[in-house]
Design a protein around this ligand. Structure first.
Ligand code: ZN
Ligand code: FE
Length: 257
């Protein structure tokens, strides 16, 4: 449980390696859920706190992010990408890049972060310093490109990287240990990565989630955010390649890892 300015964040582990997130504003007694991999653990987290859902925010259409919506929605407002309305649970509010909505009293901006899927969105709460990225930017990684191109995902990475450094990145899966091994294979001498990977090892040995992470640490260590960083391109021997080509190379290497 993390306290932010005006809202509380609860990380809810679901299925084998998914995360859902509850955002709660105690002053207004409003609660929102980001993604619904399955209903039971989310309902239990709500019941334990006496909270009921006002809003359900969906990031993308994959089953491991929407399967719990039907059982949880009740009277909650279900929000998702207009572009994906045909393959999401019935939406009460359809949103797109640049839209501003109010969730738990927090101004929330919608970012199109296509790449993993086309139509994947992220939700940014600037005053709470939270961004919900699901399978776009992940802790030390990014989602596999099932629908989008490397150029689309790199564009999404740049959008997310431009958010304030202290933003907490609330991503959709506990894939961090594998991501850490992959990142270390590319960039073994990066001191920030070496120390982060030690913390990840300790956290996972204790069964502690490595999500959320801070954007600062992602910018220093996540290879998918560093495709245009000259020192990193040099480590890869790709000084003269474009950022998109470097990103595509890293993503392809990860797919084989
Ligand atoms: Zn997905
Ligand atoms: Fe997923």
């Amino acid at each position: 449980m993390t306290k932010t300015s005006a809202v509380e964040l609860v990380v809810v582990p679901c299925l084998s390696d998914n995360y859902a997130f509850l955002v709660h504003n105690a002053a207004t007694n409003q609660t929102a859920l980001v993604d619904a991999p399955e209903a039971a653990p989310i309902q239990a987290a709500l019941d334990a706190r006496g909270w009921t859902l006002d809003d359900i925010l969906i990031t993308h259409h994959h089953n491991d992010h929407i399967d719990g919506v039907a059982a949880l929605r009740g009277t909650a407002r279900v929000i998702g990408a207009k572009a994906d309305a045909h393959r999401l649970p019935k939406l009460d509010l359809e949103v797109a890049e640049g839209d501003e909505i109010t969730i738990c009293g927090q101004t929330t901006t919608v970012l199109d972060v296509s790449g993993h899927t086309v139509g994947h969105i992220a939700y940014h709460m600037p005053d709470a310093a939270l961004v919900f990225t699901a399978d776009s930017l992940m802790a030390l990684g990014c989602g596999r490109l099932f629908e989008g191109t490397p150029a689309q995902m790199w564009d999404s990475m740049q959008k997310l990287r431009a958010l304030p450094d202290d933003t907490l990145v609330c991503s959709g899966h506990e894939y961090t240990e594998t991501n850490a091994r992959f990142a270390a294979s590319l960039d073994p001498d990066n001191p920030d990565l070496i120390s982060r990977n030690k913390r990840i090892e300790t956290a996972r040995a204790a069964g502690t989630p490595t999500v959320p992470s801070t954007l600062t640490e992602e910018k220093r260590t996540n290879p998918f955010l560093r495709a245009d960083v000259p020192e990193f391109k040099a480590v890869l021997g790709m000084e003269d390649a474009s950022a998109v080509d470097v990103f595509a190379y890293i993503r392809a290497q990860k797919d084989k890892f």
